[in-house]
Design a binder for this molecule. Structure first.
Ligand code: IDP
Ligand code: MG
Length: 138
C-alpha cells in the first residue's frame, strides 16, 4: 500500500493547527503509520529540500523550516501520495481552492503550513529522513 510523508511546518505548530491538519487526513480515511514532533536540523532541512538549492527562496525556506518544531507524519492508503497533495492544495495559497488546507488556512506561500511528498521516489526518500522501517510497523 502507498505511503507518503506529510510535514506540518513550524507555523502550523505555532498556530495550533496540528489537530485540524491531522483530522483532514484521518477523515479522508488514510491510516496514520508514523508521527513525530521534532525540530529540524540544518542538515535535515537541506536533505528534505535539496531539489530547491540555488533558488532565490531557498535560504528563507531553510531558515523557516528550522525556526521551530515540525510534525512529521506518514500516511498510508490507496493513492496516498497524490491524494495527500490534493488535500494540501497548490503551493501558492492564492491559487489554492477552498476545501484544501492551503485554500482554507493560508495566505503566504512562505508559510503554507504543510509539506507533502510529490512522487513515489520522493515519498520513499523523505520518509527515510524521519523514520526507520521498524518504527512504522504494527
Ligand atoms: P510544495 O510544498 O507545494 O511541494 P515546492 O515547489 O516543492 O512546493 O516548494 C517548496 C516550498 O518552498 C513551498 O512549500 C514554499 O514553502 C516554498 N516556496 C516555493 N516557492 C516559493 C516562492 O516563490 N517564494 C517563497 N517560498 C516559496
Ligand atoms: Mg515540493
Amino acid at each position: 500500500m502507498e505511503t507518503t510523508l506529510v510535514l506540518i511546518k513550524p507555523e502550523g505548530v505555532a498556530r495550533g493547527l496540528v489537530g485540524e491538519i491531522i483530522s483532514r487526513f484521518e477523515r479522508k480515511g488514510y491510516e496514520l503509520v508514523g508521527l513525530k514532533l521534532l525540530r529540524l536540523t540544518q542538515e535535515k532541512a537541506e536533505e528534505l529540500y535539496g531539489e530547491h538549492r540555488g533558488k532565490p527562496f531557498y535560504p528563507e525556506l531553510i531558515g523557516h523550516m528550522t525556526s521551530g518544531k515540525v510534525v512529521a507524519m506518514v500516511w498510508r492508503g490507496p493513492g496516498a501520495i497524490s491524494g495527500a497533495r490534493k488535500i494540501i492544495g497548490p503551493t501558492d495559497p492564492r491559487e489554492a481552492p477552498p476545501g484544501t488546507i492551503r485554500g482554507d488556512l493560508v495566505l503566504e506561500v512562505g508559510a503554507n503550513l504543510v509539506h507533502g511528498s510529490d512522487s513515489l521516489a520522493s515519498a520513499q526518500r523523505e520518509i527515510s529522513i524521519f523514520f526507520q522501517k521498524g518504527e512504522m510497523e504494527g
